[in-house]
Design a protein around this ligand. Structure first.
Ligand code: NAD
Length: 254
């Protein structure tokens, strides 16, 4: 029911073995998907390449979405190599430090534009490039966070950025649904990753989630991966346009 055999997947967002995208890559590969993985730059390549090789990724490509042409090149290489794409995972976010650590109302125009471009518009660009390769339908996923809905202390401008990401997920799902392409957002509870370490007092958020989640457990990247593998599978063929919490029930607690 959950087999991903004969499916090809592009995974964007692995920085190291703690990345949400790595949890997803492992789970998709374990269910039989053939993977392409990207790394941000030469420094990241040293961490990502051995991981990608461990799970037999067929393509390991550079991708900084802010460099013109790099995203197009990734999709060109997928077209040349596989001629199709079944699964896309967008698991990236960025905000310049000064804006991330300031009040939302003080966000600079440049910082806002950069955070929205890298964290949200890049997903739209990927969907556009994936569409012609998903000839027989497909599944696209991005990764959001609770700060989109609630005011989470220290999450700051990334809250509104994630709200936009969830909204584009719904619009894209409506636009691509008739082509059999599903678009969903994974919504993990807080996890200790490199991106999370840039958020002030993230340890307090982790402690709060662990003590308030009904399961009493923090989400792990393997929990997120298992859910992503289900969403990517044909078992989830009628699930689209939705934000999926994987957080031990944390978001239901007031
Ligand atoms: P991470 O640092 O492991 O991953 C972030 C990734 O973004 C990195 O691989 C980095 O290379 C990539 N990235 C940043 N700028 C980029 C650019 N210009 N081009 C291409 N890639 C770029 O951290 P993570 O926590 O795994 O983050 C992945 C996603 O999960 C993010 O969208 C994040 O907001 C989201 N998320 C994280 C948590 C958490 O608690 N860690 C919770 C919910 C959602």
């Amino acid at each position: 029911m959950f087999s991903l055999t004969n499916k090809t997947a592009l995974i964007v967002g692995v920085a190291n073995d703690q990345s949400v995208a790595w949890g997803c890559a492992k789970a998709l590969a374990a269910q039989g998907a053939t993977l392409a993985m990207t790394y941000l730059n030469d420094k990241a390549k040293a961490h990502v390449r051995p991981l990608a090789q461990d799970i037999g990724a067929e393509l390991i490509l550079p991708l900084d979405v802010s460099i013109p042409g790099q995203l197009e090149s990734v999709f060109d290489q997928i077209d040349t190599h596989w001629g199709k794409l079944d699964i896309l995972l967008h698991s990236i976010a960025f905000c310049p430090k000064g804006d991330l650590h300031g009040r939302v109302i003080d966000t600079s125009a440049d910082g806002f534009a950069m955070a929205m471009d890298i964290s949200v518009h890049s997903f739209l660009r990927m969907l556009c490039l994936a569409e012609p390769l998903m000839k027989n339908g497909g599944t696209c996923m991005t990764v959001s966070f609770y700060g989109s809905e609630k005011v989470v202390e220290h999450y700051n401008i990334m809250g509104p950025v994630k709200a936009a990401l969830e909204s584009v997920t719904r619009y894209a799902a409506a636009e691509l649904g008739p082509k059999g392409i599903r678009v969903n957002a994974l919504f993990p509870g807080p996890l200790s990753t490199r991106a999370a370490s840039g958020i002030d007092h993230f340890d307090q958020l982790l402690a709060h989630a662990a003590s308030h989640a009904p399961t009493g457990m923090l989400a792990t990247i393997d929990d997120v991966g298992a859910y992503a593998a289900f969403l990517a599978s044909d078992a989830a063929r009628n699930v689209t346009g939705t934000v999926h919490p994987i957080d031990g029930g944390y978001q239901i607690i007031g």
